[in-house]
Design a binder for this molecule. Structure first.
Ligand code: HEM
Length: 170
């Protein structure tokens, strides 16, 4: 019988889960990121509060960049995740014929473009939207790419939660 204590990395805090603390933090944090992002967008649409929208989105972008960097270092170099996912009935032989890997690929299909899209949206907004921020010639492209970035972020969160449950809870 393999004990959680024998697995690499620090055990997380969510009951009923075999995930590491870093996975738990990200799993929970995404429940805050999606509503905060929604609030940031509502500030523009309903309140025309462009300055606060800019602050909220920039803060989210910086926090996410730091979190993703720490998360990737932990997953790839320090704690890993496979030993913990191997205990799931959906892991199989660790190939995409089984739902752990399948759901990870679906998650990465959203997560990787999301990271690039957020950098692109923020850099372009900072370069092309006037300061203090207000509607401008760059409004239409910003609205197009930023809506896509928001949809992709939401899908990244949803697919991440599904992967987490299949790999570490099941
Ligand atoms: C990844 C980060 C960001 C996301 C996801 C985002 C999201 C959005 C969305 C979805 C809208 C359109 C709302 C609608 O549907 O009408 C919008 C509008 C706007 N955003 Fe952002 N935004 C981001 C970063 C920024 C930054 C950094 C600035 C300022 C430099 C900015 C300034 C504006 C302005 C001025 C508008 C209003 C455009 C108009 O209606 O003419 N945004 N944003």
């Amino acid at each position: 019988m393999l004990l959680l204590a024998d697995l690499p990395g620090i055990n997380g805090f969510l009951p009923g889960s075999r995930a590491t603390i870093m996975l738990d933090v990200v799993f929970v944090a995404m429940f805050a990121v999606v509503p905060v992002m929604g609030w940031g967008i509502w500030l523009v649409r309903a309140r025309r509060n462009y300055a606060l929208h800019k602050k909220v989105q920039l803060t989210l972008g910086i926090v996410l960049l730091l979190a993703v960097t720490a998360f990737e270092i932990d997953m790839q170099l320090i704690s890993g995740w496979r030993e913990r996912a191997e205990l799931s009935p959906h892991y199989g032989d660790g190939t995409a014929a089984h739902w752990v890997m399948r759901s990870l690929f679906i998650h990465l299909f959203f997560a990787i473009p999301t990271a690039f899209l957020w950098v692109f949206v923020i850099v372009q907004a900072l370069r092309k939207i006037p300061n203090p921020p207000r509607p401008s010639a760059y409004s239409r492209p910003h609205i197009f790419w930023a809506r896509l970035a928001a949809i992709e972020m939401t899908m990244t969160a949803v697919t991440g939660w599904v992967f987490y449950c299949l790999a570490f809870v099941a």
